[in-house]
Ligand binder design. Sequence first.
Ligand SMILES: [Zn+2]
Length: 618
Amino acid sequence: MRSLLIFKLIITIVTLQTVSASKFDKDWHTYSNYQEVVSTHVDLQLTIDFDKKQLNGSIEHELKYLRKGVQELVLDTRDIDIHRVESYRGGEWSDTDFVLAERDPVRGSKLTIALPRMTKRVKVHYNSRPEASGLQWLSPIQTAGKKHPFMFSQSQAIHARSWMPIQDTPAMRVSYTADVQTSSDLRPIMSAENDPKWNKNGNYHFEMPQPIPTYLIAIAAGNIHYKKMSKQTAIYAEPELLDASAAEFEDTQAMIEASEKLYGKYRWTDYDLLILPPSFPFGGMENPRLSFITPTVIAGDKSLVSLIAHELAHSWSGNLVTNATWRDLWLNEGFTSYVENRIMEEVYGKERAVMEQALAYQDLKKELIGLPKADTILHITIEGRDPDDAFSGVPYTKGQLFLMFLEQRFGRQDFDTFLKTYFNDHAFKSIDTANFTEYLEENLINRFPGKVSMKEVDVWINQPMLPSNSPRPSSDVFDKVQSHMNSWFSNDVKLSNIPTQKWTVHEWLYFINNLPMDIKLDRLNRLDKQFKLTQSTNNEIAHAWLLLNIKRSNPAVNTRLADYMISIGRRKLIVPLYKALLEDKNKLAFTQKIYDKARPGYHPLAQGTIDALFEKKD
Ligand SMILES: [Zn+2]
């Protein structure tokens, strides 16, 4: 009964959404004719074939016409084999014509399907290919348990089209249902309502009643077990990772409650975490109801759980209110980085939140120097480019700083009210930068005159680098770390006398990141002898330390460096190491040797990024 009611509500929401979509500029990254006819619900019938590394089956689209006389449905695909297409009208299914165009390197192959009059539904029979950019297939040896294969999807930004023919644009939303079959020793799960019980016949049914953009449709399968953490939260993971994950992420329920207090109700029922094998290319992916999480943040001391706050924050910014095109990515990631930090402040206190702001700010300043100027603009131009290019610290941290700037000028109370209302007013809708700016002007700038001008807003959104009025987060705790470091460099204090026993991971990161770039090898090795940094089991500390040692050409870290790069596939942690190594042509052979070993274990997205770094060297 309850689900029926929810379903009616969703139909209303979908209708509103489709009407509002046309106010945006066309999304360059989709071929689909979503401004004429939209798919409002999809049903997937899939078999997971681990031997062939492919998904086999069909996708059915329920259509809603926005214009009269539409004679074709255009879907996005990439590297998909289409077997047959059927249309449904007058109570029966019949084959219909289709044309699959040549492959465009960025957008893939446009699939044009003839729509006989009155077609209400279209079903495409297809299989994905082993090279699908949105799927990774892991052999047992690449998993924690080493006995079962594992597969998972990563659909953001435009990889959903590599495993299902779909209108692949964040301007539109679909609800979905799915029936998935796999061998009985494996469990599939999706970004939907999941049954915690293991179904030993290998057949699973999924329902996602809330409309979501296609990049949030997600699937995984493997030896995936379940552990409940609290009333709304649970862990899905290989059994080897289950207990450590549940202990590390036990504060997730408190994070949900903190977010609800600030920004209104959590609208996705449960919030579960799927812990992936270490080759997952990202920190996390905010797939609704079921965030996908890298195991590299299981540190044993909750020091890296801001990642969970981040993925949870997407339940408001991104999943509930969605960027209409990938040019508007900062509306997803800037808002989420801001909300993440507010959640961290609520749950772990101001001092930690400020340290995390300060570290992110330092990282951004370094990154800005190396980026093309045009890519330091929040409202980035990415026509003709892969939208994955838009993922830098700019949409995340510059976006966050913009919101911190607004918070500082308007005061926390009024800015919180604005943000909560913004999420409410745009729930289950997409928004682009122009519409956001208009909304901001009407609901904040004009309501409290004299605090921020639209000229200042324009500089933040449309000009490169950081504006002169940007907040510059700094932390008193880090100032103390800095003064200890200075004393050591001026030989006033011995390393053993620096009170590091109670340092947090954040203090260590600040310390390592702020060591002088020309530090002598002798000093590096003394630090290592005292603090065992090369052997740190905290992946962020190890990353920062290894990066510094690459830049100082310290051969003492080489064995650990190779182990680290082969065992982890998270792009944020490995790509900067490859970049730094490849800057020195004397290290090319060493780097190539590591990559030859590591590459088969990386996700196609990580492989693509690192292949490109090597190609630049040729
Ligand atoms: Zn994010």
